[in-house]
Design a protein around this ligand. Structure first.
Ligand SMILES: [Zn+2]
Ligand SMILES: [Zn+2]
Length: 329
């Protein structure tokens, strides 16, 4: 208990706000299993007003609105691809723009649950257009949404024309639900590998450094990446070429990649709604990556960082371990 208190005290001097430390990972991968922790984790993940339940609703709505085109598609139609692009563009503008407006422009909750006291970077020397917000919006919308939508439109077209294996809810409801359940784990696995690669030599200098211009992040930083990084990051969706899927899986997977990154980069841990409600926003795990770089390449959904010795749990012990790794490396 005393150790936990010391860790909290040291971290307090580094952050304006941080969650309880050390941060944990998906309890499904912590042994011995604790049924209570596993149930609580998955309940908060799926059955509350969480980002994942929001993405599922969006995917179901997307299916409903595109249904007529999806079920009758034979020729690849640019009209259909354009519909997907416009939907993703509008949703990104509403989610990233809405969070930016509420938390940064209006400062609706001031600095409450904000990891870093300052609101974005001052001065814009390192940013395109000399401004962090314009830089982030440009790369998110011009490149991010375009590449995400291209993957999505291509895969849904392949599904609707039976060029890849399709799965319907009626035929295999358990398998249908299982794919949704493991999407986050697959993303964390894929992201860890791609992200570690992006921290290597020229790939970092030429590609990934663009995302790392942002040390103090905001909602628009989430998918502000170099186009090559977008191609690698959204290539997670290509798993649907080999796993029989439904368009709902592909849309859900796309939102998990794009919007989870937007929400996870708000720089705030929680959104305060009214007097007592709090909705989880930021991923402190990834906020640590933006400060310390060579740690936390994946996410807490699947603890690759723990297994590969790159996990930073937010405590000063973890920081010292990271320093030692660099000295010996
Ligand atoms: Zn990031
Ligand atoms: Zn990185």
């Amino acid at each position: 208990m005393a150790e936990v208190k010391t860790a909290q005290k040291q971290a307090r001097s580094e952050w304006h706000y941080h969650p309880d430390l050390p941060i944990g990972n998906n309890p499904l991968f912590e042994f011995p299993w604790s049924a209570r922790k596993i149930i609580a984790y998955h309940r908060d993940y799926w059955l509350t007003l969480s980002e994942v339940s929001f993405f599922l609703i969006l995917a179901l709505a997307g299916w409903y609105f595109h249904q007529s085109i999806i079920t009758t598609g034979s020729e690849f139609s640019f009209g259909f691809a354009a519909q997907i692009y416009v939907r993703n563009l509008l949703i990104t503008i509403v989610v990233a723009g809405g969070l930016h407006y509420a938390l940064y422009a209006r400062k609706a909750q001031d600095k409450e649950t904000k990891y870093i006291a300052a609101f974005l970077h001052r001065g814009g020397g390192k940013f395109t257009f000399g401004n962090q917000l314009y830089d982030n919006m440009f790369f998110s919308l011009a490149s991010g949404v375009t590449i995400w939508s291209a993957y999505e439109a291509g895969l849904i077209w392949l599904l609707s024309t039976n060029k890849i294996a399709t799965l319907s809810f009626g035929d295999a409801p358990i398998w249908f639900a299982a794919i949704l359940l493991v999407t986050g784990i697959w993303i964390a696995f894929h992201f860890y590998i791609v992200h570690r690669l992006l921290h290597w030599g020229v790939l970092y200098d030429w590609v990934h450094s663009l995302h790392h211009r942002n040390v103090n992040v905001g909602p628009w930083s989430g998918i502000s990446m170099h186009p090559i990084e977008h191609m690698l990051y959204f290539s997670s969706l290509l798993i649907h070429l080999v796993i029989p899927s439904h368009p709902i899986h592909i849309m859900f997977h796309g939102y998990m990649l794009a919007l989870s990154a937007v929400i996870g980069h708000t720089g705030f841990h929680e959104l305060l709604v009214g007097k007592s409600r709090r909705i989880a926003l930021g991923h402190f795990h990834h906020q640590l990556h933006h400060r310390y770089f060579e740690c936390n390449y994946g996410s807490v959904d699947f603890p690759m960082d723990v297994w590969f010795g790159t996990f930073h749990d937010g405590t000063s012990e973890a920081k010292n371990r990271l320093k030692k790794r660099f000295r010996s490396g």
